[in-house]
Design a protein around this ligand. Sequence first.
Ligand SMILES: Nc1ncnc2c1ncn2[C@@H]1O[C@H](COP(=O)(O)OP(=O)(O)OP(=O)(O)O)[C@@H](O)[C@H]1O
Length: 356
Amino acid sequence: MPAQTTAPAAIELSALTKRYAPGKPAVDAIDLRIASGSYCCLLGPSGCGKSTTLRMIAGHESVSSGSILLDERDITDLPAAARGTAMMFQSFALFPHLSALDNVAFSLKMQGLGRAERQARARDLLGRVAMGHLAERKPAQLSGGQQQRVALARALITRPRVLLLDEPLSALDPFLRSQMRAELRRWQQELGLTFIHVTHSQQEAMALADTMVVMNHGVIEQAGTPHEVYNRPANEFVARFMGGHNVIDTPAGLVGVRADHLQLAPAEADLPRDAQRMQAVVTDVEYQGSHVLLGLQQQGLALSANDTAAYSVMLSEAAFAARPYPVGQAVQLHWSAGQAHPLRPPARAATALHDA
Ligand SMILES: Nc1ncnc2c1ncn2[C@@H]1O[C@H](COP(=O)(O)OP(=O)(O)OP(=O)(O)O)[C@@H](O)[C@H]1O
């Protein structure tokens, strides 16, 4: 689904700002429209403001200025429970002493609903996430995946329009994380709800999102589909943060070229006349299974022990086996103009911060 669709927006942020202290805000006047029924991932390095943004949408953090609309209703100053959002936390935050059923029914108890109705609604939801048969178990008697389903049911019991997920998979081991990722995506599609998921993992955001929002220093550097963001990173920050890209300084300005689009040729080889090129030296060779990742430095630059490779080229295992390049070999790096994407300067606030 494209980032800017004409589908109705579930959430619309306008000039949303959070200022914890004087100086640069933690979230700096961001505008964002999240399509109804879509999966949105907020992504960025530690401290970029993604959790603050989520907490402002949830109503767990006050807004300094700007507004939040949910289904066109202004929820900026509403209490959390009156917004139509629900939150699923890191490690699921289940109450250890309560059964799965009582965990799910908990917020209905807070709302003052009678026991019979609470339990009926909680049982119904546990059934929907295939956990009906384990309703009496305590969290410690459930696997990580089962706990995630209970946490989801608990978040859905208040019938939210938008589910907010704060690093929900980060406490899981890598195998379970990828399994649970697939489940989250399936539930989102089955339920037809809007999910907003905060993560610092590029891989997780790429796998899950309809719309990825890359943040840095409190501003949005780029919002788009994973395909758009990966193939056309807007600026140097996004290209470097997403990984798998080379940032190359050319006479026409900075360009981004994917590591699997950059090509290698022997130093003396004739290249097509229109190929863009650079003389380089192989500095490391890393076997990655189906691919081999080569690190390179521009020729003539002295490398100190702390330097890492400036450029990377990803070759298929077969291509590398057919033409191996050892460390220390002089080569030509080349790429076609069509595979080089101009990189704009970073978003305004990031520049301001670097200047400060
Ligand atoms: N309660 C708070 N009081 C003061 N400053 C805060 C508070 N919460 C966050 N900040 C600051 O606001 C900025 C953004 O923090 P935030 O937690 O939103 O970032 P994040 O991208 O979610 O980071 P992480 O991935 O580490 O959780 C950081 O500089 C942080 O130190």
